[in-house]
Structures are given as structure tokens and as C-alpha cells.
Design a protein around this ligand. Sequence first.
Ligand SMILES: *Cc1c(COP(=O)(O)O)cnc(C)c1O
Length: 343
Amino acid sequence: MSFENVSLFPFTAEVNEDDHLVIGGCDVVDLAAEFGTPLYVFDEDTLRGMCREFRMEFGTRYPNSRVAYASKAFVNPAIARIVAEEGLGLDVVSGGELAVARAADVPPDTIYFHGNNKTPEELEFALDYGIGQIVVDSFHELEVLDVIAGERGVRQDIMLRLSPGVDPHTHEKTTTGILDSKFGFSIETGDAAKAIRQAMSAANLDLVGIHFHLGSPIFELEPYELGVEVVLNYLTQFKEEGLRLEIFSPGGGFAIGYVRSEPPPQIAEYAESITKYTSRLCEELGFGTPLLVVEPGRSIVGRAGVALYTVGGIKDIPTVRKYVSLDGGMGDKHSTRDIRLGI
Ligand SMILES: *Cc1c(COP(=O)(O)O)cnc(C)c1O
């Protein structure tokens, strides 16, 4: 049996003659025996395939584009190396993720540092590593970063994260681009205008681009179109004041399949919407062709990953349901196996 048409499994998934799941040519029962469970298995073919699909779909429609893997979806040095080899940049949201990127020799100029509460130590680490863009999220960060760059005698490229007030129709806890959000400078309240002016006049910072991220997972195309439209239209008023839009990033949040009955849009459809709106509006509004940065996270890694568990007790409640207990769950952080291994 082949899993080719079941988009929830890795590309290489199949079932062998023993009725075992096989991923990337490895029988998962053998993997469980060798490494123990719970065990996360990632399929390299799927990872590379998704990276290529994103690059191809965006790059053919809008050549000046970059795909940056949003590594909070899952990262370790092996995965960081693979996505870098596939020509993707990397989004990080903490010093820990940045340390993984450095351990994997990810070129610093392809790294974007996001997050609403970067500590001074994390910002210092990022500057010392020479990372490309810091995506500034608050006035506090703008001030702290300007001082840190000044102390080092460097000018740091930054982007600002704006909150455009567009609802992506996903879970309220993962909605990030509306007024009531801890992320970004709100257009509605006037914070965005203040932040843009403050960033342009900062002594040690160069404002090179604008970012927004609406939330995840976004199953619709319209929120991206609306977000691009709202933000680009908004930015025109700052052109005369000297705003340079070298980089424009409408974030990530592209949906993946969780159940067979709810397939997400194709990557091509997201790419078509985003590149069409970005090129048309940039042209109309005189922004030229800024570097378009999209930041898929789960859509790169989700389908590549499979968690393996061992079944324990089974509790059958007649006419109600059957509970099957596994040796994992709650994020799988602290299984007895990890404790035994001292992880
Ligand atoms: C989480 C996040 C993403 C990616 O979200 P996914 O749903 O994993 O695609 C992109 N950009 C930013 C700033 C994020 O915080």
C-alpha cells in the first residue's frame, strides 16, 4: 500500500509486507526498538520537498523572493542545515534558536530575529553573530537595540513588525495581527507611525523593511491579500519622509492538513495570492520590487514529522469509547525514558 494520496503522511510513507509503517525506507517498528519511544521521526525527502515547493512557487511568480523557515515549528541543527542547504533563510524567536542556527552554520545574513520580548543578552548575541535583520516588535526593543548597536559601533538593519488589524479567522490564541495582540505596532492606534519615524531617526539602526504576521494556521487566502493591501497602502505616506521598503514580509501561518476532510490550500494558491497583490500594489504605489520574505513554519516541517508511541493499557468502556494509552503526550517533554537518560 502507498500513502501517496494521503497528504497527512510524509512523502515516503508506505506499508511493508509485515504491515508496518515505513518512512524514508526505515521500518518504524525497528526504529522504536532501536531508539525507544516516544520517538520523533523526520523524513528528509518531505522536508526538502516542501522547501523546494515553496521556493519554486514563490520564486517563479516573484523572483526577488526569499523563503525563511520559521524555526519555532521545530528545529535542531540537522534540520537547520537541511533548510539552509535548500536555500531557505531562517526565522528565529529566541537566543536558543539562534544558537541552533549558529551550530548549523546558517549564514547570519539569512536570519531574521523575531519575538516580542528579546532580552538585551539575546540582542547582543544576535549583533555579535552579525545577523541580517532584527524584526523589532516594541518601542522598548527599539530603544534597547539602538543603544546596544551604538555600544558596538555598528549600524543594524531592522524591520518593524506592524499589526494591520486583519483577522485571519483562526484560533484566538494564535491570532497575532489584530488590535488586541502582544505583537507588533498597531496601525490603528498610531503606534506604527510613531515607530516608523523613530526607527528612521535612530542613530544606530537602518530601517530596511516592514513585516506583519497575521497568525496561524490560516486556511484562507483573503487575509493575506487584505494584509498586503492594508500595509502597503498605509506605508505610502512615509515615502516622502524617506522610508525605504527594501524588504516586505507578510509572514507565515500557511495551513497544513490535520484531518483528511479539511485539506489546506495548495502552496501555489498562497503564492499566487501573495505575489499577485504584492507585485500589483508595489508597482501602483511606487515601491518597486522589494525582497518578498515569506515565513512558513509548520507547512515545511509538519508533514515530515511523525511521532512514534508504544501502546500500553487499553480501557474499553462498552457503548461509550475505547481509551488506548500511549507512552507520550503533553508535548512528550518528560517521558520516563528522558528522565532515565537524564535529558
Ligand atoms: C510562528 C511564526 C511564523 C510561522 O507560523 P507557521 O504557522 O509555523 O507557518 C512566521 N512568522 C512569525 C513571525 C511567526 O511568529
